[in-house]
Design a protein around this ligand. Sequence first.
Ligand code: NAD
Length: 444
Amino acid sequence: MRVSVIGCGYLGAVHAACMAELGHDVVGLDVDEAKIEKLARGIAPFHEAGLPQLLEKHVGSGRLRFTTDAREIADAQIHFIGVGTPQRQGHLGADMRYVDSAIETIIEHAVTTDGPVLVSGKSTVPVGTAQRLAGRLDGSGKDLILAWNPEFLREGYAVKDTLHPDRIVYGLPEDRERGETAKAMLDECYATPLAEGTPLVVSNYPTAELVKVAANSFLATKISFINAMAELCDATGGDVTRLAEAIGYDDRIGPKFLQAGIGFGGGCLPKDIRAFMARAGELGVDQALTFLREVDTINLRRRDLAVELAENALKDRLVGKKIAVLGITFKPDTDDLRDSPALDIATRLWARGAELAVVDPAAGPELRERRPDLTVPETVDEAVAGADLVMILTPWKEFVELDPAVLIGKVGTPNIIDGRNVLDPKRWRDAGWNYYGMGRSESI
Ligand code: NAD
C-alpha cells in the first residue's frame, strides 16, 4: 500500500520504517528539517535498537522516503498521524495543535478522486478527539475516513513492538459501510502481524482512545503502588524488592512493572495520566480518576526522596561535593530525556551546589548540548574518579554489571545510591560500600 506517516519522532520514524519493512511504499513527513535531513539520509535521529538497519535498508531501496514537503503525501492510501501531544504549558491537558495541524495538512493535500482515503490516528489523544476530527474530515469536501489506531510501542523495543505488537486496536466510525472500508484498509496494511496471530480488538472511537490511556494509567499505577510499598519498607525495615518478588509470584499480580525506585518519566506516562485526569474533569467524571493524582504525587515524591538520600549520604553538605550520576535518560536503551526523573534529580543536586559528572551510554551528546553547565564525560571511570557519591539513576546494563570491588578503587568515598534497586546490596556492602537503595532497609 501507499502510506504516509505524519510526524517522524520516536513513534512516527519507527512506524514509517516498519511499514516499509512490512512491504509498503512509505513517505514520512515532519516539520523538523534537521530530523528529516537525517532520516532522508537513512540516519536515525535518536537511539532505537534496530531502527538504523531498517532505515538503511528501506531508504536505500527507495521504498521509504522522508520529506518536509506536504505535497509528497498526496497519493497515500493511508495517512498515519504520529505527531506529538505534549502536556500544555501550565495545564494538565494535552496540546492538540499538532494533531489539528496534521489533519489540516491531510485535508489540503490528500487526493481522494480514486476512492476513499484512510486517516489513521496513532498519537495518544483525549477521548472525544476522534469524533471531533471525523467531523472536520466529513466537512472537508474530500472522501476521507478516520480510524483511531493507538500505538503501544515501548522505546527501546519500538521496532520489535511495531513489527510484532501485543495487540492491534482499531477504533472505527459508527457508519457501517465506512467502518468496513476502514477495517479492510487497516487489515491490508497490518496483514503480516495479523497473519502471525496478533490479537485484534475492534471498537468505536472512544473505546480505542481510552484503551491507550487506560493501559498507561494502569502501568503508572502499578509503579506508584510498588513505590508506595517502598516507603512502607523504609519506615519499617523491609525490603521492597523481596516484597515485589513475593507478590509477583501471584499470577493475578505478575512480576512486571514492580521495580521500586526513582519513579517513572518519559514523554508518555506522566503527561498521559495528567491529560486523562484533565479530560475526566471536562467530562464531569473527575472523581473516577482522582486516584491518578495520588499516582502522580507518589511518583514525584520518589525524586524528592532520592535527593534526600543523597543529602543524607553526604551528611547534608552538597556544596562542592562530587557526585557521579550513572544514567540520565528516563529509562535504558533510549536517548529520550523527556521528563526524566534522573535529569530532574541531577538538576536539583546541581542547584544545591554539588559538582556533577553525568555519564550515559546514549544521551551524552544531547546532554552536553542542552546542559553545558554539567560535566558529561564519556566513561564511567572518568565520571566516578574521586567521587564522594555515585548514583545509579538509569539501569543501563553496563551500570548494573559494574564490579563493586573494582569501582571502589576509583572513587573518593564509597557511597552508592541505587536509584533503581538493581544492585545486590550485600555484594556492594561486602566490597566496602555504603549502599543506599530505595525501600531496601532490610539488612539481611
Ligand atoms: P515526538 O515529539 O518524538 O515526535 C513528534 C513529531 O511530530 C516531531 O518530530 C514533530 O516535529 C512532528 N510534528 C509536529 N507537528 C507536525 C506537523 N504538523 N506535521 C508534521 N510533523 C509534525 O513524539 P513521540 O514520542 O513520537 O510521540 C508522538 C505521539 O505518539 C504522542 O501522542 C505520544 O503520546 C504517542 N506515543 C508515543 C510513544 C513513545 O514511546 N514515544 C508510544 C506510544 C504513543
